[in-house]
Design a binder for this molecule. Structure first.
Ligand code: DQA
Length: 139
């Protein structure tokens, strides 16, 4: 089982960025934990601040991997290109947000990608990524 954890813009700053919203742990540190939680799953992690790179990576893995757990960051609320990329591939995608986007500014309440994803996990902190992986492994 091969699963991609994909993070979009500014998520490279996790641990330093707005810690009251996103916590104190870096994603690299959390990813080590995640790999220990799923020793039998081939987990891969990528992060980019660039919309086109995220689209390219969805195309690259989207016909062979078993799942994508994707936090598109702010592109969630702006990107038709990312929503179309998800619709265009075979691999199922789960949308994840660390914070509860529905309890924040109104512009964070809408997701272009949500309707093309299997489901959305929001507001459960980094645990949301684990739950996303679990969906694919227990499916
Ligand atoms: C986020 C929520 C987005 O609104 C924001 O732009 C992010 C992170 C989250 O994980 O809570 O960059 O996706």
């Amino acid at each position: 089982m091969k699963i991609l954890i994909l993070n979009g813009p500014n998520l490279n700053l996790l641990g330093k960025r707005e810690p009251t919203i996103y916590g104190n742990q870096s994603f690299e540190d959390y990813f080590k934990q995640l790999k220990n939680t799923f020793p039998n799953v081939d987990l891969e992690y990528r992060q980019s601040n660039h919309e086109g790179t995220l689209v390219d990576w969805i195309h690259e893995v989207g016909f062979s991997y078993d799942g994508i757990v994707f936090n598109a960051g702010a592109y969630t609320h702006t990107s038709v290109a990312i929503a179309d990329a998800i619709a265009g591939v075979e691999t199922k995608v789960i949308e994840v947000h660390i914070s509860n986007v529905h309890a924040r500014e109104a512009f964070r309440h809408h997701s272009y990608m949500a309707k093309n994803c299997v489901g959305t996990i929001a507001g459960l902190g980094l645990k949301g990524y684990e739950l996303g992986v679990r969906y694919f492994t227990e499916d």
